[in-house]
Ligand binder design. Sequence first.
Ligand SMILES: N[C@@H](CCC(=O)N[C@@H](CS)C(=O)NCC(=O)O)C(=O)O
Length: 210
Amino acid sequence: MALTLHHLNASRSMRILWLLEETGIEYQLVKYQRDAKTHLAPSSLKAIHPLGKSPVIELDGKVIAESGAIVEILISRYAPHLAPAADSSAYIDYLQWIHFAESSAMLPVLLKLFGGIEKSTGTPLNFLDNYADSEFEKVFGFLDQMLASREFILGDTLSGADFMLGFVVSTAIDQLNAGDRFPNISRYAQRLKNTASWQSAKAIESGENS
Ligand SMILES: N[C@@H](CCC(=O)N[C@@H](CS)C(=O)NCC(=O)O)C(=O)O
C-alpha cells in the first residue's frame, strides 16, 4: 500500500494527520502553507486535485478528496477497530457523526469565521461575497467537468451519491440560475428530475398523492 497525505497547515487535513498518527498506518507527508494574506492554499495543491484543497490523499495511485470519505476509507481498510460493526446500531450513529462533522457543524463555524474576517478587515460583506462567488465557480466548475461525459455521477447508473447531489444541484440551477454557466450540471439536474422516483417524491411533497 502506498499512501501520501497532502497536508495544508491549519486545515481539516488535521483530521487525517491525527488519524494516521493514531493508527500507525505508513504514509508520506507533503506539506503546504496557507498564504499569509489570503489564507488560501498555494496553487501547487491544484496539481494534485482540481479543487486545490486539503486534505487530499493519494492511495495506491488514486487521488481522494473529502475528509469524511478519506476517514471512512482508511478506517474500513486499515483500522477497522475504529468503526463499529457495519450491521450495528452504533454504525448508524458513526455515519451520522462523520457527516455531521463536515456539514451541519462546519457551516456555522465557517460563517462565523468569515464574519470575523470581515469585521477585522473593515469591509463588511465584501469578503464573504467574493469568497462565495469564487468558491461557487470553483466547486461547480469542477462538478460540471466531471459530469461532461457521465449520465450520473459514477457513470451510467444511478447511485446513492446522486441522491445526495440532487438537492444541491437542483437548488443551484433553479434558485441561483447557474444553468447557463454549468450546462453539464444543468442537464444532470434535469436527468435526475426526470426519474419516475423524483417525480413521485415531488408529487408526495406537494400533496398531490395524498
Ligand atoms: N469538504 C472538504 C473541504 C476541504 C477544504 O475546504 N479544505 C480547506 C482547508 S480546511 C482548504 O483547503 N482551503 C484552502 C483553499 O480553499 O484555498 C473536506 O472535508 O475535505
